[in-house]
Design a protein around this ligand. Structure first.
Ligand code: SF4
Length: 105
């Protein structure tokens, strides 16, 4: 009888994928208003297209369906969207690098 009450506390059930994305973005994007640099690890990209499906204004795919760039500077107004695209990549092929003012390399 007591066994039925021993569920795993704090283990949230899986909801819609969009919900998980919202949470990932909230965790990943503390510095709104800062430009970012995207680095794509092309060896990891499998051309699944999730980045483009969610954020087509940032993530363009090549004719082969693979991500179309290796490095991309993203202005501050699109930085949050860039983080969304990176967070939905199943291969974790996209790294978001914060670009701080005066950090011009
Ligand atoms: S979501 Fe990831 S694996 Fe899919 S195309 Fe974009 S970078 Fe490549």
């Amino acid at each position: 009888m007591h066994d039925a009450d021993t569920t795993v506390a704090g283990h949230a059930p899986d909801h819609a994928a969009g919900h998980a994305v919202d949470m990932a973005v909230a965790e990943a994007g503390p510095s709104e208003g800062t430009p970012v640099r995207l680095k794509v690890h092309s060896g990891l990209c499998r051309g699944l297209g999730e980045c483009h499906r969610w954020v087509p204004e940032v993530y363009e795919l090549g004719d082969d369906g693979m991500i179309g760039f290796q490095l991309l500077e993203v202005p501050a107004e699109l930085a949050e969207r860039a983080r969304v695209g990176a967070s939905v990549c199943p291969e974790r092929a996209i790294t978001v690098i914060e670009v701080h003012p005066g950090d011009r390399r």
